[in-house]
Design a protein around this ligand. Sequence first.
Ligand SMILES: Cc1cc2nc3c(=O)[nH]c(=O)nc-3n(C[C@H](O)[C@H](O)[C@H](O)COP(=O)(O)OP(=O)(O)OC[C@H]3O[C@@H](n4cnc5c(N)ncnc54)[C@H](O)[C@@H]3O)c2cc1C
Length: 271
Amino acid sequence: MNGSSLMATSFHSSTTDSSTRHVFQRIRHELKRRWATVIRRENLGGDMLRLTFGGPDLADFNSPAFDDHIKLFLPADDTPIRSAPMDALVGRHYTPRYYDPATGELAIDFYLHETGVVTTWATQAQPGDEIVIGGPRGSTLPPNDFDWYVLAGDETALPAMARRLEELPAGKTAIALVEVARPGAEIPLPSQAAVTVIWVHRETASDSLADSLARLQLPPGEGYAWIASEASAARAARQVMIEQHGLPREWVRASGYWKRGESDQHVKLED
Ligand SMILES: Cc1cc2nc3c(=O)[nH]c(=O)nc-3n(C[C@H](O)[C@H](O)[C@H](O)COP(=O)(O)OP(=O)(O)OC[C@H]3O[C@@H](n4cnc5c(N)ncnc54)[C@H](O)[C@@H]3O)c2cc1C
């Protein structure tokens, strides 16, 4: 693989000693910073905006895993980006929603929350505007041999969840639990897999993401849970999957994708 190196990690089933089940592939990529230019903007509904980027630097972009993350770099003030020193730019994590190697186009879906350097920029971004993109640095490819998958998160996780559901093959079973602000903020989540989508409305529901996960009836067999949300909500959701639903820790991947009152947070929840 060009500019990338591959490792495989097997998390054995607790009921079989086969080392060929549940193998997670880890890929390291050469870390690059690339200039990217907005070529399209598209309102996805809810509070989600898609910006599609192009430009010669994206020709060798690579994002093999649905929860890959890149860093978007921008000036914190009105300085034109080409005049700002690289080390003065601020960075925020985002998910490559899709990359088309044929056209070199990269789409990123932005949740437009109340305030923030990137959110403000994205809200106003027009074709021709430029940004610097770093990464992805590494990818973890989950295996498709679990009996079922749970995906749970808020709007910041929606791009990764939508990508995972799109990439899951037919014959697989998934439950997606998505927290959005209010009724009407849902977006389509197409998949070839058998998917149950449950929407949780933050502004009106009394239940948190963790409460909703706790009430889930999980399918039989071995499952894998992927969770990303505000950090404390993701921590509580992870505990439910481990303590209440009994998933082995290594079959739960949970992250805080943002932290209330703080900027540029990525909290990996492991113990
Ligand atoms: C691995 C990873 C992948 C991510 N992928 C995506 C993605 O594809 N799309 C996406 O929209 N976001 C994604 N996020 C979340 C995004 O990085 C944060 O929301 C980020 O803080 C936004 O930057 P900002 O400059 O707009 O706000 P900041 O300047 O970072 O924050 C300003 C203020 O807004 C608050 N804030 C930040 N995010 C939210 C939020 N979601 N809701 C309410 N308040 C918030 C902060 O706590 C702070 O008080 C991802 C995060 C990680 C770690």
